[in-house]
Design a protein around this ligand. Structure first.
Ligand code: HEM
Length: 448
């Protein structure tokens, strides 16, 4: 049995502890993995004077993820999200979480994906048009920015039926104000001091306006959803899927809609952007995705049913492989609600109530042959790699309820864009930054 005091780790500096060594804009979450290789899968850091346990040890990661919501709660994100008005299923705990999770699972039910599909393809067609214009003008594309526009449009349309259309819009509007919500989450999570509590900046006022606008849209959309559902139609939006849930409060609806926007936008856009990045560097793999998409969708068609995506096994493997190499949510923090003993490899770990523990969700990503190589084929054999822990969508009762939607969006745009364009790197260094999620920086592609 080991306690936090028995663990080793990188030497902390006076006052700041290990904070300086883990600057997130320098090498993102990679420092955590490096230290795991140096000190073993479970080690200790200090944030200031506070000890933090970090682990990529499979059995411990599984035990924490599964013992929720009763045994472990999320750390850090709760107050930041709630302050921003994003008070929903991601941050809720206990009985409140159970109630909101039922709502989220209901609105993201895989059975509704067929109804949602037309909304996803409408935005995919706009993305194709945007890239066609860039290709015709010989302009490189800012891949992450375009993927963010795509996922923001899809999630807003699916959540409340509102067509934000940031893929085609110009000038200022809700689409620009709403897009500012996501960087703010990252800024506040990693700010050394909570400066936003002392000064209100113009960007804070713009964000508050955006939240008020979403609030008004939800009120209007829920009234329309209720009327439409009374006709016996199938739900086309998250709100329509929630009609009929008992004792639903307006604030719960708004908090959950904003949660869907935050949880569904940055994550999916980063996963899609990284996939296109890898394919641009591996022309052979890109050609295989193209061939698959032509066979499944035709030379210039758009699928009308999500079942068409089942004919893209190599594209799906490219997405999985990209998430292995560049996980979008590589690190997540938790706290035990009581003193607890976790079964580790080689020894048990004793944690006292409230002790912060960071899980390296993708530590197992390197437990494959030639781990730095982008090789989608490794997912296509009879025994695809499932090194533990490799949980791009989390695990246990709180695993990501948007997984199916996220994979549908990512596979669809990857197939369509590789079918219609030859993607080549535009030069410059592509970096990685960890904010709320890990995302690429400087990722520009040339299109032919
Ligand atoms: C590639 C894209 C995505 C990735 C990698 C991802 C990853 C994750 C991860 C790691 C978690 C935490 C799971 C856990 O605690 O065990 C999570 C939770 C969540 N995700 Fe996703 N996600 C993605 C897309 C989406 C989408 C599209 C939506 C909805 C529109 C969504 C909604 C949520 C919600 C509501 C939660 C909170 C679940 C809870 O606490 O019960 N995610 N996601």
């Amino acid at each position: 049995m080991r306690t936090v005091d028995d663990l080793t780790g990188p030497r902390p500096l006076p006052v700041v502890g290990n904070l300086v060594q883990m600057r997130t804009d320098r090498d993102g979450h990679r420092a955590y993995d490096r230290w795991a290789r140096e000190y073993g899968p479970t080690y200790r850091l200090r944030f200031g004077r506070m000890p933090i346990v970090v682990t990529g040890d499979g059995p411990i990661v599984e035990a924490v993820l599964r013992d929720r919501p009763d045994g472990f709660t999320r750390t850090r994100v709760g107050p930041v999200f709630e302050d921003l008005g994003v008070d929903g299923v991601f941050t809720a705990e206990g009985a409140k979480w159970r109630r909101l999770r039922t709502m989220a699972a209901r609105s993201l039910n895989a059975a509704y994906l067929r109804e949602y599909f037309a909304t996803v393809t409408r935005s995919a067609a706009r993305l194709q048009a945007r890239w066609s214009t860039a290709a015709a003008e010989g302009r490189p594309v800012d891949v992450l920015d375009d993927m963010r526009r795509f996922t923001l449009d899809v999630t807003t349309a699916l959540a409340i039926g509102h067509d934000l259309n940031s893929l085609e819009a110009t000038g200022d509007g809700l689409h620009t104000r709403l897009a500012e919500l996501f960087p703010e989450v990252g800024r506040r999570l990693y700010a050394p001091l909570p400066l936003h509590k002392l000064v209100t900046l113009p960007r804070d006022r713009r964000r508050e306006t955006a939240i008020r606008e979403v609030d008004a849209l939800v009120r209007e959309a829920f009234a329309e959803a209720t009327a439409r559902m009374a006709t016996g139609a199938s739900p086309r939006t998250f709100l329509e899927a929630l009609v009929g849930v008992e004792d639903l409060r307006h604030e719960e609806l708004v908090g959950n809609v904003l949660t869907m926007l935050v949880a569904g936008q940055d994550t999916t856009s980063s996963a899609a952007a990284w996939t296109l990045h890898h394919l641009s560097r591996f022309p052979g793999a890109q050609a295989r995705v193209r061939a698959e998409a032509v066979a499944a969708f035709g030379a210039d068609g758009m699928p009308s049913d999500p079942a068409a995506l089942r004919q893209l096994p190599f594209t799906d493997a490219a997405v999985q492989e990209s998430m292995r190499l560049r996980p979008v949510a590589p690190v997540m923090g938790f706290r035990p609600t009581r003193d607890t003993v976790l079964p580790g490899t080689g020894y048990d770990l004793h944690l006292t109530e409230g002790q912060s523990i960071l899980l390296l969700l993708s530590h197992g990503a390197r437990a494959v042959p030639d781990p730095d190589l982008f090789d989608p084929d490794r997912w296509l054999g009879d025994t695809p790699p499932a090194p533990a822990p490799l949980h791009p969508f989390g695990a246990g009762p709180r695993y990501c309820p948007g997984r199916n939607l996220a994979l549908l969006e990512t596979t669809l745009v990857t197939g369509l864009l590789c079918r219609d364009f030859t993607l080549t790197p535009h030069g410059g260094t592509v970096g990685e930054k960890l904010a709320f999620t890990a995302f690429p920086t400087g990722l520009r592609l040339s299109l032919t």
